[in-house]
Design a protein around this ligand. Structure first.
Ligand code: ZN
Ligand code: ZN
Length: 410
């Protein structure tokens, strides 16, 4: 157990040093479930050690959130409190760091009124637009990481006892994050460099189109915008420091050209979304827009998700992950997008990251003209498989294998 305690401390240090890369004099906002307070304390300690000016806590609790959706007055779901807006705008305006510790029970909101979820998402999407845009543009450093909660661990490992499930989930998380008792920060740096190799190849190719195909039924082509670039593992904050928005991460990603995608996308993993699990789903896409939605389980929730606004039915992310990535090889279905998206090639519907060269100096209209999608939502879903083939087509019509048998072909 003492061994595990040390690894967990290393992990907390990793999310502070490489995740948000906290700088002296900077404030840190931590969002964390109360059940995981021990881990939040380790993060706060690591942050103060790095010279943090102040750690501010936003506590969460699955049970209280569920109670609110079941019992609060109905008009509450159309309101965002002014102090919440003020908190996030003030901190993001001063360049504070934002750490989210995610440990949600994947089915914590099962059965609550989907209309309440949808309205609450729309109202906070609108009210927190400034804050969200600052994070999407990496003006502030932010990081999402995960630690086991009892309910989440039990959902992932239903065959184990509660204690065994939590221990096993810790082991899987730490392995995925390359926290192995050695120098976790250095391990992470080595990993970031490997991801950078994939990015550089894709950026050099500057593909016009990607074509996807596998036996599960995905058969789709998508164009990439003029001036797009592939990112991954690290981002540069407004202050110039590098940070890792997701720990763990395996993906390299860019944005699709909004109206260019055509074909069928078939999910290869269930999706945990807003406290419900959606299974066996697929999209038919025409000129970039989702025109048909099917799901064996959770179809209504998925249909709501792609219609929260106009941009929700278009795509905002194209991401590549090797089928042989450590998370994929673990064979564990985490029911948590931070992990499952990093086990598989995926797309996201909704808001795009502005991965266009010179985007900082472009107006919203210019970015939209390049084909960037905007929305209040952004949801990753997984389509990778061991037989996935992706072929890149360059502007002069050359075809270059990008993925063969589920893995990078270069
Ligand atoms: Zn992604
Ligand atoms: Zn995403």
């Amino acid at each position: 157990m003492a061994e595990l305690d040390k690894l967990i401390r290393d992990y907390a240090e990793l999310v502070i040093r490489s995740g948000v890369n906290l700088q002296k004099g900077q404030r840190l906002s931590i969002t964390c479930p109360v059940e995981c307070a021990d881990f939040a304390r380790l993060c706060a300690a690591a942050a103060y050690e790095a010279g943090c000016r102040e750690v501010l806590m936003r506590w969460r609790d699955d049970d209280l959130t569920r109670m609110k959706y079941l019992h609060a007055d109905d008009d509450i779901f159309d309101i965002v409190n002014s102090w919440e807006i003020d908190y996030l705008n003030t901190l993001s305006g001063e360049g504070a760091a934002f750490l989210t510790i995610h440990a949600e029970d994947p089915e914590s909101l099962k059965g609550v009124d989907p209309d309440r979820l949808r309205r609450s998402q729309i109202s906070s999407g609108k009210a927190l637009e400034t804050y969200r845009a600052r994070l999407m543009k990496s003006e502030c450093p932010w990081c999402v990481c995960s630690v086991p909660s009892k309910a989440w661990a039990a959902a992932v490992f239903p065959e184990l006892s509660e204690e065994e499930a939590v221990a096993r989930l810790w082991k899987e998380i730490l392995t995925a994050c390359r926290v192995d008792g050695g120098d976790a920060v250095q391990n992470w740096r080595d990993h970031v460099n490997e991801v950078r190799g994939h990015m550089e190849f894709l950026n050099k190719c500057n593909f016009r189109t990607l074509r996807y195909k596998n036996a599960a039924g995905t058969d789709v082509t998508v164009d990439l915008p003029e001036g797009h670039y592939w990112g991954g593992a690290e981002e540069k904050a407004g202050t110039g420091v590098m940070f890792s928005p997701n720990i763990p991460t395996e993906e390299v990603f860019t944005l699709p050209k909004k109206d260019s995608m055509n074909g069928t996308l078939v999910a290869t993993k269930p999706l945990s979304y807003n406290g419900s699990v959606i299974e066996g789903f697929s999209f038919k896409v025409k000129d970039g827009r989702i025109v048909e939605v099917h799901a064996d389980k959770g179809e209504d929730i998925l249909k709501d998700a792609v219609s929260v606004d106009e941009g929700a039915s278009y795509f905002g992310e194209v991401a590549l992950v090797a089928y042989d990535s450590p998370i994929s090889r673990s064979g564990v279905l985490f029911l948590n997008t931070l992990f499952d998206e990093n086990a598989s090639c995926h797309f996201a519907f909704g808001e795009a990251y502005p991965n266009i060269i010179g985007a900082e100096d472009m107006s919203e209209e210019e970015l939209l003209a390049r084909g960037m999608n905007t929305s209040i939502t952004h949801v990753d879903f997984m389509i990778g498989s061991e037989d996935l083939e992706i072929t890149g087509i360059t502007h002069d019509g050359r075809e270059i294998p990008v993925f063969r048998n589920g893995n990078f072909a270069f």
